[in-house]
Design a protein around this ligand. Structure first.
Ligand code: UD1
Length: 428
C-alpha cells in the first residue's frame, strides 16, 4: 500500500486548480440511466470513486466513452459520453457497491426507467452506520415494492412509479438525489420536502432539467417535480468541488501560505469562508477563483457546528480541526451529521494536537504546535486532515493507507508540491 511522506512547515504559495466535485459527479453519472440518449458530462474529476461508478454503469450495460479533457488552465477534468440505450441488467452487485456507498444512487433511476432494480445494500462505513432507510421509505411512497433479500434491496414498480408528497424526516443528500431521479420519470407530481440543498443536489437537478425534466424550487428545501415519459440527452459540466476548495484553503491558512484556488467559486463555500475569516484567514474573490492567506494577526480558535447546507459541511470538519489545533486559544467542534466522525482525532493527537472528545463535541486547545509522526488514514476526509496537519507540523510525517485520499483528491501531491510542499508518495 502506498504511503505519503511530508516534511512540514513549508509555506505554500502559488495556484491550485480545483476539479469538478466528486459528490456531484457520482449522481450525475447515475443520471445517464434515465434516458436512452447520450449524456455528456465534462469537468469530471479523475478519482477512484468516479471510476468505481463508471465500472458499475458499464456493468449494467451503459456505453461509456472518454472524450478528452475539459477546462483549460491546468484543470484536467475529463469528459465522458454515457449512453444507456442498451441496459442489459438492473442489478448492482455487492462487489461494486461495497467499494462505494454512493453506488446506491443507481436505485432511483433504474427503478423509474425499468420498473425494477436489485442493488446490494451498502454496509456500514468508517464514519457510522449510514442506513438508506429514508431512500427506501420514500420510494415505497411512490408505489415501489421493496424487499430486503440476501443483502440486496429488491425494488419493483411494474406499473411505474407514481408521484407522491414526500417529507424527509431528516436531511439526506443521497436520498434527495435518488428521489429526484426517480421522480423525473414518475407519473404525476412529486414534492420532496425537507430536501437537501447541497450544491451537488442542485447540480443534479440542473442536469436533469437540461435532460428535459420539470423541476421547480431548485436550490430550496422543497422540490416540485413533474414526471416526464422520457428524458433526452444533454451536455453538462460538473460544479467545482467545494470540499477540495475548502481543504486547500485550510492548507494555505495552516502553512501561513498564500494560495490562489482557480476554477472554483466563493459562493459554494460561504459557511466555510465565514468560519475561516473568524479564525483570522483572509479570503477574497479573484478572476475564476479565490485567494486565501493567513491574516497578519495569526489564527485564532473558533466554535463550529456541522449542519446540512448552507451550514458548515461535515466533510470539512476534520480539516478545520487541524486549523483549530494550530490556532491560538480553544475551539469547539460539534458534529451533528454522522455519529462516528472523529477517527482522525487519535491520529492528530499522535502529532501533538490537544483534542478532547465528549460525545458529538470536541474541545481543541490550540497553539502548542504539531510534530511529525507515523499516522494512519481512516476515511477520505480524515486522510486529508492528516496531510494538512503534516504540512503544518515540524519534522516528517508518514501517512499510511492513502488509498482513501485517491477516492476524493485528484493529484494531491502534485498540486501541493507545485506550491512548495515537501511531499512524496512512496509506492509499495
Ligand atoms: C453525502 C456525501 C457525503 C457527506 C454527506 C453529508 C456523497 C456521495 N456523499 O453522503 O460526503 O458527508 O452527504 O453531507 O454525496 N441517513 C439515514 N437514513 C438514510 C439516509 C441517511 O439515517 O436513508 C442519515 C445518515 O446516516 C447521516 C445523515 O442521514 O447521519 C446524512 O446522510 P446523507 O445526507 O444521506 O449522506 P450521504 O448522501 O450518504
Amino acid at each position: 500500500m502506498d504511503r505519503i511522506l511530508i516534511r512540514g512547515t513549508r509555506r505554500l504559495t502559488g495556484t491550485i486548480h480545483i476539479g469538478g466535485a466528486k459528490n456531484a459527479a457520482l449522481p450525475l453519472l447515475a443520471a445517464c440511466l434515465l434516458s436512452d440518449k447520450t449524456l455528456t458530462l465534462s469537468n469530471l474529476p479523475h478519482l477512484a470513486d468516479v471510476s468505481t461508478m463508471a465500472h458499475l454503469l458499464a456493468d449494467l450495460g451503459v456505453n461509456i466513452s472518454m472524450n478528452g479533457t475539459s477546462g483549460g488552465g491546468g484543470n484536467h477534468g475529463r469528459v465522458f459520453e454515457l449512453n444507456a440505450a442498451d441496459i442489459s441488467k438492473t442489478t448492482a452487485p455487492y462487489d461494486l457497491v461495497r467499494k462505494m456507498r454512493a453506488s446506491v444512487l443507481v436505485l432511483g433511476p433504474l427503478l423509474s426507467r425499468f420498473g425494477k432494480a436489485r442493488v446490494s445494500l451498502p454496509g456500514g462505513c468508517a464514519i457510522g452506520t449510514r442506513p438508506v432507510d429514508l431512500h427506501l421509505k420514500a420510494l415505497a411512497q411512490m408505489g415501489a415494492e421493496i424487499d430486503l433479500n440476501e443483502g440486496y434491496i429488491e425494488a419493483a414498480a411494474p406499473d411505474g412509479l407514481k408521484g407522491a408528497h414526500i417529507v424527509f424526516p431528516m436531511v439526506t443528500v443521497g436520498g434527495t438525489e435518488n428521489l429526484l431521479m426517480a421522480a423525473a420519470l414518475a407519473e404525476g407530481e412529486t414534492i420532496l420536502a425537507n430536501a437537501a440543498r447541497e450544491p451537488e443536489v442542485t447540480d443534479l437537478a440542473r442536469c436533469l432539467v437540461a435532460m428535459g425534466a420539470e423541476i421547480d424550487g431548485i436550490g430550496s428545501d422543497t422540490l416540485h417535480i413533474i414526471g416526464k415519459k422520457e428524458l433526452h440527452g444533454a451536455d453538462y459540466a460538473v460544479v467545482p468541488d467545494r470540499i477540495e476548495t475548502g481543504s486547500y484553503a485550510v492548507a494555505a491558512a495552516v502553512t501561513d501560505g498564500d494560495l490562489t484556488l482557480k476554477g472554483t467559486r466563493l459562493d459554494l463555500i460561504e459557511a466555510v469562508a465565514d468560519i475561516l475569516r473568524q479564525a483570522g484567514v483572509e479570503i477574497s474573490e479573484v478572476d475564476d477563483g479565490i485567494r486565501v492567506r493567513r491574516g497578519a494577526g495569526g489564527l485564532r480558535g473558533v466554535d463550529v457546528m456541522t449542519e446540512p447546507y448552507p451550514g458548515f459541511p461535515t466533510d470539512m470538519q476534520a480539516q478545520l480541526m487541524v486549523l483549530m489545533s494550530v490556532a491560538q486559544g480553544a475551539s469547539m467542534m460539534t458534529e451533528t451529521i454522522f455519529e462516528n466522525r472523529y477517527m482522525h482525532v487519535p491520529e492528530l493527537s499522535r502529532m501533538g494536537a490537544d483534542i478532547n472528545v465528549h460525545g458529538a463535541s470536541a474541545i481543541i486547545r490550540g497553539g502548542s504546535g504539531l510534530k511529525g509522526a507515523q499516522v494512519m488514514a481512516t476515511d477520505l476526509r480524515a486522510s486529508v486532515s492528516l496531510v494538512l496537519a503534516a504540512l503544518a507540523a515540524e519534522g516528517e510525517t508518514e501517512i499510511n493507507r492513502v488509498y482513501h485520499l485517491d477516492r476524493g483528491y485528484e493529484r494531491l501531491e502534485e498540486k501541493l508540491a507545485a506550491c512548495g510542499a515537501d511531499i512524496e508518495r512512496v509506492k509499495n
